[in-house]
Design a protein around this ligand. Structure first.
Ligand code: B12
Ligand code: SF4
Length: 456
């Protein structure tokens, strides 16, 4: 079969910060050599016109759902079968099935061979779902499909899946539940030795799932002399020795979800543990003393937030000389507990914001209690702009222990801040998907009753 893999963008436009989508390295690794595979990443180049493979496989996230459905509709109009997988079809299978011939729920590893066999026999089932979470031992990443494409010069590597925490807004917990899986460390190290350049992004949802495993991973990374980034829960700061080991193993920056400076908000989102082992100030000190640059993320719109919360958070991030920071309106994602609560409380502004032609990227999707939805949108955009002003970049840059510690950090600091500043303006206020495709396409393409509930 001829198979086209597609990574849709949020909008019908190119991005400047695209990274290799690991799910396609996995799918390629699972696909027999007898099939001819072509891969298109819409963030890098426009999709080909009149492509006519036997099967299209797309990865779909909530923010890319509208664009994915538009692309799928175009292929299906020409009689090409489309299979979708990833977060969004997993959470909303009945919606995705209006636009795909088949969907894969959850991880691909256990079912992809069956999808291919059924597609070859022209006998696709609507839904594929593995019986349990597949073991990650032996997983093969075939990165050959990324060759010749202009991705950011960083190698994405996955050690494990899932998170030990359960924040109410989070898609990870909704996707993996309490399941935590790690690959054998030897396999991760071999893969890095074979494929990675100088910079790695360990894409685990939380690299600090448990202290012993993190220690073992960091120790194994030391001899490789790589520079790496990750996402980690801030409770790692309770163990300064482990943080020091993290730095020694090459970690130069880590993303921490601070989310809010208000403890009642943290409680509401089930993230009180953020300040359980030490105040933010104490944790930041441990991390920055070790030389790790902090990428802090904040959300606004929980019940205790007011119009003053934005300024407070952005000043906090600038004063603590964060390497990068993001200030997002809290956005209820289907599948997450927060979404169900907002729907139950009648606070959502759209039926399905991710498909709505009136929704704009960066805008509030629900009515907060402490301000209006417009104030929430404006406050986040203001905070992002303030954090990315030249004076803020210069002020934050003057940090000898972290952002100016060595040539790698300094280079990364400036490059990332320039990109971040540009991205703030590029995405804000944009309609998701291609703007010139009218909203009626949703009804036109629906060949399944949207209200039909599929029993999984
Ligand atoms: C690294 C990363 C990024 C990187 C880019 C990564 C890249 N390659 O381009 C950056 C930082 C740029 C980024 C940006 C964004 N991201 Co991001 N990102 C991630 C992260 C941490 C890892 C992705 C990864 O490599 N996963 C490893 C692969 C192997 O897992 P996977 O993609 O889930 O694939 C498996 C299954 O899902 C399934 N599968 C997936 N697709 C398909 C397709 C088919 C056909 C099949 C059969 C199976 C299948 O099989 C795979 C193997 O088992 C994920 C969290 C996560 N754990 O996935 C968030 C995540 C995907 N991102 C998320 C979001 C929201 C975004 C942004 C929209 C944020 C924003 N507000 O701007 C942007 C979008 C940018 C864009 N242009 O699209 C959310 C999506 C939530 C949702 N419900 O859709 C996630 C889940 C984070 C979270 N905590 O909620 N992201
Ligand atoms: S710590 Fe991060 S990955 Fe874990 S549940 Fe909370 S938001 Fe999700």
């Amino acid at each position: 079969m001829k198979i086209t893999f597609i990574r849709p963008n949020l909008f019908d436009q190119r991005s400047t910060d695209a990274m290799t989508p690991l799910c396609f390295a996995i799918l390629k690794g699972l696909t027999s050599e007898k099939h001819e595979v072509v891969f298109h990443d819409e963030r890098l180049a426009p999709l080909p016109v009149n492509d006519h493979p036997d099967l299209v496989a797309m990865t779909v996230e909530t923010y890319t759902a509208r664009r994915s459905y538009q692309i799928a509709a175009d292929y299906r109009r020409r009689g090409v079968k489309v299979v979708m997988g990833g977060y969004h079809p997993t959470f909303l299978p009945e919606e995705a099935l209006q636009f795909a011939d088949a969907i894969v729920i959850g991880d691909a590893e256990a079912v992809w061979h069956q999808v291919l066999e059924d597609a070859e026999n022209n006998a696709l089932s609507p839904i594929y779902q593995g019986e349990e979470f597949p073991c990650l031992d032996g997983i093969k990443f075939d990165r050959s499909i990324f060759q010749g494409k202009k991705y950011a010069p960083v190698t994405l590597v996955q050690y494990g899946r899932g998170c030990k925490y359960s924040c109410d807004f989070c898609s990870i917990r909704a996707f993996y539940g309490s399941n935590l899986r790690q690959r054998p460390i030897g396999q991760v190290i071999d893969e890095i030795k074979r494929h990675a350049g100088k910079f790695l992004f360990l894409v685990d949802d939380n690299i600090f799932v448990n202290g012993d495993q993190a220690r073992e991973l960091f120790e194994a990374l030391i001899p490789l002399k790589k520079k790496w980034f990750c996402q980690v829960s801030i409770d790692i700061a309770k163990d300064p020795e482990l943080v020091e080991l993290m730095r020694k193993s090459g970690c130069i920056s880590a993303l921490f979800g601070f989310e809010s400076l208000n403890t009642d908000n943290l409680k509401q989102m089930a993230k009180s543990w953020n300040v359980h082992y030490g105040s933010y100030g104490d944790s930041i000190r441990v991390i920055q003393d070790a030389g790790i640059m902090i990428y802090g993320t904040f959300v606004f719109g929980y019940d205790q937030d007011t119009r003053d919360s934005f300024e407070e958070a952005v000043d906090f991030a600038i004063d603590h000389k964060f390497y990068l920071a993001n200030f997002n309106p809290l956005t209820p994602m289907p599948g997450a507990r927060l979404y169900d609560r907002m729907v139950a409380e009648g606070r959502m502004l759209y039926d399905r914001w991710w498909l709505d032609e009136n929704y704009r990227y960066g805008h509030a999707t629900f009515t907060p209690l402490g301000m209006t939805a417009e104030e929430l949108t404006a406050g986040c955009f203001r905070a992002r702009r303030k954090f990315n002003t030249l004076s803020s970049i210069l002020k934050r840059g003057m940090a000898w222990r972290t952002n100016m510690r060595d040539v790698y950090r300094l280079g990364l600091y400036w490059m990332s801040n320039v990109v971040s500043r540009r991205e703030v303006y590029r995405k804000q206020d944009r309609v998701l998907g291609a703007e010139d495709i009218p909203v009626e396409w949703l009804d036109d393409q629906a060949d399944v009753d949207p209200l039909k509930v599929i029993t999984l």
